[in-house]
Write a protein that binds this ligand. Structure first.
Ligand code: ATR
Length: 284
């Protein structure tokens, strides 16, 4: 006979939704964080077809889901779906973190803080007073611009294939700091201390048409995309004078850490988690 007092409730349910999502590292990252605090959780990957995001979220909530990470291409839909939005998610116009409590959907965006923490804590690069070039003007860049400008770079330039999109972003963030905008060909003759690739070109194995001479001495090239091999941008940067290279692994782990904090109120130690994945790739 089953003893009623032996009943263990299932661990709280979390997930990442996206398309594609099969290779997402989020379940492993959140499980490692949870182990640091002895927290039990069940974190899944959920593949969602185009047009099916709202229904997938409803289904997830109905089965007791407590929090969701949202990745490409659903971050704007996630934001639209929410009843409440944090200031940083409002500024980003997109959500990568949803929390479900008392029948309310709360949207947050931890991408920007994740990138800035990676740059300062893991890469140990000081943004304050530096000349920064951001390449791209889509959702990914919008998500990180607020926290980046909050680090007080000396000059910030956004370069994009479609210059009008860069101009719209500069207007949107004018209250946070002055931003200059350019097309790629107008970058000739300018150089920077930090060059961030926020385009989706890396995902297609492509490289934005960047001019030579972009990197100042000691400059950092940072790709927001994480892939097992270096992206075309990082390979190009290494050949064209960047002193330091950083891929999106640290950002991925740091944004996850901030989501973990949003859900559990605890700050995990990210260093060992980044190290685990780097070792798994054969890096020291
Ligand atoms: P995300 O959410 O990943 O930012 P997005 O909003 O569609 O996706 O934005 C993609 C960004 O990558 C845009 O800045 C896009 O440039 P355009 O605005 O001119 O389209 C940029 N991008 C994508 N592929 C590119 C390529 N091959 N070369 C240069 N820029 C590229």
């Amino acid at each position: 006979m089953t003893d009623l007092f032996d009943f263990n409730p299932p661990p709280p349910l979390y997930a990442v939704m996206g398309n594609p999502v099969d290779h997402s590292l989020s379940p492993r990252i959140h499980t490692m964080f949870a182990q640091q605090f002895g927290i039990q959780l069940d974190y899944r990957r959920i593949h969602v077809d185009a047009g099916g995001f709202g229904q997938a979220v409803d289904g997830f909530r109905a089965t007791g889901g407590q929090g969701l990470n949202v990745t490409v291409p659903f971050k704007i839909e996630a934001w639209d779906l929410a009843d409440e939005r944090t200031d940083r998610s409002r500024l980003a116009g997109a959500a990568n973190t949803l929390s479900f409590k008392n029948g309310i959907i709360r949207a947050d965006n931890t991408d920007g803080v994740g990138m800035c923490r990676d740059v300062s804590r893991n890469v140990r690069f000081e943004v304050a007073g530096k000349d920064v070039l951001v390449i791209g003007a889509g959702g990914a860049v919008r998500g990180v611009l607020g926290p980046l400008l909050g680090k007080h770079p000396a000059n910030t330039v956004i370069a994009n294939r479609s210059v009008d999109k860069a101009e719209s972003l500069a207007e949107l963030f004018a209250c946070r700091g002055s931003i200059k905008t350019d097309g790629f060909e107008q970058l000739v003759g300018y150089s920077f201390d930090l060059v961030i690739n926020g385009t989706s070109a890396s995902l297609q194995g492509e490289l934005p048409p960047l001019p030579e001479g972009l990197f100042n001495a000691g400059a950092l090239a940072y790709d927001m995309v994480y892939q097992r091999e270096h992206t075309p941008f990082l390979r190009w940067a290494a050949e064209h004078g960047a002193a330091h290279l950083a891929d999106g692994l640290g950002m991925l782990v740091e944004q996850a850490a901030e989501s973990f904090y949003v859900w559990h109120g605890k700050h995990p130690d990210t260093g060992p988690v980044v190290d685990t994945f780097r070792r798994g790739r054969g890096e020291s």
